[in-house]
Design a protein around this ligand. Structure first.
Ligand SMILES: *Cc1c(COP(=O)(O)O)cnc(C)c1O
Length: 809
């Protein structure tokens, strides 16, 4: 049967016929039988065909030129949906939309049923996804390496206000984007023994082996300049089905190896900033590091012949310490397989790796119990000891180094149970160690890495994070994109910093009105969506105040909720005042084991229920917790926000990237001087951002100087009233003690300085109200935010990495 035979006789162009042909011959359905997911798969497969040739051209050209390649190793890639992004970057959206319309299929509807690939927890994973897109956009030959989790980040359901975690079944309908590369497979070993022979050659005989197999997804850059590869590893047993065991009647034993392999790639640890600590997590880290390093070394030797030129042709970036065991793995291959001596191997290793640090939180700095590390990776343990010996010998030679310093530099933490420190291993094994915002990089030098920094003062550098303006402006906010294009042309699409040409329009009253109308339309769209999803009724004229991010005490959703309670109180007490109508929106996931964070979600819901049902406040305040925050939800909420909440305890948020998305879409930020907020203020201007609260230095000084939260709370009537109301069960009449311990924690220690910053925050919020009532002033600031956020494009960030760390053009 030819497609033309089943054509209903309507006018259909080549692309429509192509999609139909794919539907019939690849999916095996005709037009009448096809379900939405069949159309989605047929569309993706058709688009993919378009990409493949460019993909091959990209890799052949890089090969021919002998280009240096960038390898981005990350345990997380928070990709989200790909169809809209890919079509936009191919400049094919309109064409595909029209072709599908000829088949009576709506492209937008297809885009919205695409599963959201949530192979990451939060900002770190989303950064990796933005970087992949920018690497392709800047035409840099690059591979992303990670794990193809069968269930990525959990799906969050809210039951009676409580978070419930469900498996994310994103592969339910298959994944038409990916290519399984059965031939690109590597053996990964665990455990076993190490033998040395009389010549000093070492062999590692693992007790257990599993095979890593590559699954590739093409990543299309803006205007399809280049297509790069995201290579995710899946695991299989070398002996997936043991017939002998099966024939003995041991049916489970027959499949045990395969089950163990599948377990390795089953879930992403739902832990944002605390090390999971489980053996399985270390196995995952080694599995993907080893497969990636073997693949990189194999490619290098195949193309260039000589392993010694590796650093000239390969730059490997470690996204946090999750892939840090790669340092030992490359050393193992260089020494045990290629016969290099230790010193030469170490020099090549250091020249090849760069390491990006993402957090200063002590509990988030990965370390593994020595016995576990040694049992699982005995050869790597030897190499870690050898690296440590070299490192500490060098340290001893430095003037004024004392024992405390030596202990801090060591790869082995000797305090208490001995542990391998992955951050120190990554630092030692890399020629570049970067932070992700100026403030964070400065703090790295004075806190966690102070001693290593003294030893290697050139190594730490800053690369302030960025976001891709394709996904986070052009695709998620077509209304604003059209308005900007009309005003200043489309050059900003190729160079986000060209957005500065928008600045003069802040003074144009007619433009301001149109800008406000775009924001209003986005708020109407979000309101309609939330009404459909959760029955919420919002007034799009109200100020939309949004805090969406992982739920964590340092991010201080609690500060926002307590201020909401205080505002509720104030509105009830002073109904005669001219209150600004507000909608407070929260969303975010809590790590499954993080009790306090889950309680904070419940509190947001309890406050919402009470406030939203109170007729006495006349609808001036509405509160909602929106379930299942992910990239797709962010794409809906960011364009509709008026106010962006970036209120972490100063010194604790390494950078933030949510802050950048909002400002780029014309929200004003209320925030502390933390992470990239500092640089956002520098770019948008102090008049166009609302900064409050303690600085990082002041937080440190207060903590050192005996901060007394009880006194602070008792001195602030508004705060005391709100805290006591929550503690006494006003918002939880069904369980009056639910929040007693949470509130007592504020009185007793308040590590995150909620009380210390409350009055400043509350005053800043009332200043926001006043600004909102100055409609012209608000729009002017919002436009100046958009105009000055181009610097935060991940194209700029990647350009900086390319020049200053990787040495690629
Ligand atoms: C951008 C983004 C983040 C990071 O947000 P922060 O506010 O910087 O913590 C987390 N999750 C998703 C889905 C995102 O899109």
């Amino acid at each position: 049967m030819k497609v033309s035979d089943i054509d209903s006789g309507r006018q259909r162009g080549a692309l429509a016929l192509n999609i139909l042909d794919t539907l019939v011959h690849r999916i095996g359905k005709d037009e009448q039988a096809a379900l939405p997911h069949d159309w989605l798969a047929a569309t993706i497969l058709t688009v993919r065909n378009e990409i493949i040739e460019r993909w091959m051209v990209s890799s052949k050209a890089a090969h021919a030129a002998g280009a240096k390649r960038v390898y981005y190793l990350s345990l997380e890639f928070l990709i989200g949906r790909l169809l809209r992004d890919t079509l936009a970057n191919l400049q094919a959206s309109a064409e595909v939309k029209a072709a599908l319309a000829e088949l009576d299929v709506d492209l937008t509807a297809l885009e919205e049923i695409e599963p959201d690939a949530a192979l990451g927890n939060g900002g770190l994973g989303r950064l990796a996804a933005c970087f992949m897109e920018s690497l392709a956009t800047l035409d840099l030959p690059a591979y992303g390496y990670g794990i193809r989790y069968v269930n990525g980040m959990f799906r969050q359901r809210i039951d009676d206000g409580w978070q419930v975690e469900l498996p994310e079944t994103w592969l339910q309908y298959g994944n038409p984007w990916e290519f399984r590369r059965r031939e690109s497979a590597y053996v990964i070993g665990f455990g076993g023994e190490v033998h040395g022979d009389e010549n000093g050659a070492v062999t590692w005989k693992p007790a257990e082996i599993v095979e890593a197999m590559a699954v590739d997804t093409p990543v299309v850059g803006w205007r399809a300049r280049r297509v790069n590869t995201l290579r995710l590893w899946t695991a299989r047993s070398l002996d997936p089905f043991r017939l002998d065991a099966f024939n003995r009647g041991d049916f489970q034993g027959a499949m045990a190896d395969q089950l163990r392999a599948e377990t390795l790639v089953r879930v992403l640890y739902p832990n944002d900033s605390t090390a999971a600590g489980q053996e399985l997590r270390l196995r995952q880290e080694y599995f993907f590091s080893s497969a990636s390093i073997q693949d990189i070394v194999r490619r290098h030797v195949q193309y260039f012949g000589d392993i010694r030129t590796l650093p000239d042709r390969a730059a490997i970036q470690l996204n946090d310490t999750h892939p840090a065991v790669s340092v030992a793995e490359l050393m193992r291959l260089l020494i045990d397989q290629y016969g290099l001596d230790f010193d030469e191997a170490w020099e090549l290793t250091q020249k090849t790796f760069g390491y990006t640090n993402h957090t200063l939180l002590p509990e988030a700095l990965e370390s593994w119990p020595l016995p576990l590390f040694e049992r699982l990776l005995p050869r790597h343990m030897q190499l870690v000891y050898a690296i440590n010996a070299k490192l500490l010998r060098a340290a001893r030679k430095v003037e004024g180094i004392d024992d405390r310093s030596i202990a801090a530099i060591s790869l082995i933490d000797e305090g208490g149970e001995r542990r391998v420190r992955m951050a120190n291993l990554a630092f030692a094994g890399a020629h570049s160690v970067n932070g992700v915002a100026a403030l964070h990089t400065g703090l790295m030098k004075t806190t966690v890495f102070a001693d290593l920094h003294r030893l290697y003062p050139e190594r730490i550098n800053n690369k302030t994070n960025g976001i891709t303006p394709r996904r986070w402006l052009q695709e998620c906010n077509p209304g604003l994109t059209a308005l900007i294009t009309e005003a200043i042309g489309d050059r900003f699409m190729d160079d986000a910093e060209a957005l500065t040409a928008l600045a003069p329009f802040a003074g144009d009253a007619a433009f301001r009105e149109r800008f406000a109308a775009v924001k209003h339309a986005n708020k109407v769209a979000l309101s309609n969506y939330l009404r459909g999803e959760m029955g919420l009724r919002l007034d799009p004229a109200a100020l939309f105040d949004v805090q969406i991010k992982r739920i964590h005490e340092y991010k201080r959703q609690l500060l926002n909720i307590i201020e909401t309670v205080a505002l509720y109180d104030q509105i009830r007490s002073h109904p005669e005042r001219d209150w600004t109508p507000r909608v407070k929106l929260f969303a975010g996931k809590a790590a499954s084991s993080y009790h306090q964070a889950k309680l904070i979600i419940k509190l947001a819901g309890d406050v919402a229920r009470r406030v939203n049902a109170d007729p006495s406040i006349g609808g001036l305040l509405k509160v909602a917790f929106v379930p299942n925050y992910n990239v797709s939800l962010a794409e809906r909420m960011v364009p509709a926000a008026d106010l962006s909440e970036q209120i972490s305890t100063a010194g604790m948020e390494a950078s933030g990237t949510g802050n950048m998305k909002f400002a780029l879409n014309g929200a004003l930020t209320i925030g502390t001087l933390d992470g990239a907020n500092v640089e956002i203020r520098d770019h948008v201007g102090a008049d166009n951002i609302v900064i409050f609260g303690l600085t990082a230095d002041e937080v440190a000084a207060q903590r050192a100087g005996g901060y007394d939260p009880r006194a602070v709370i008792e001195n602030s009537a508004e705060l005391a009233q709100a805290v006591n109301a929550i503690a006494s069960g006003v918002f939880s009449p069904d369980d009056p003690n639910r929040y007693r311990d949470l509130m007592n924690g504020l009185y007793d220690h308040d590590w995150f300085m909620v009380a210390a910053d409350f009055d400043a925050y509350s005053a800043a919020q009332r200043a926001v109200d006043a600004r909102w009532n100055d409609r012209d002033g608000w729009q002017r600031s919002a436009i100046l935010n958009v105009a000055n956020m181009g610097w935060f494009s991940s194209d700029r960030t990647i350009g900086d990495y390319a020049r200053e760390i990787w040495g690629v053009k």
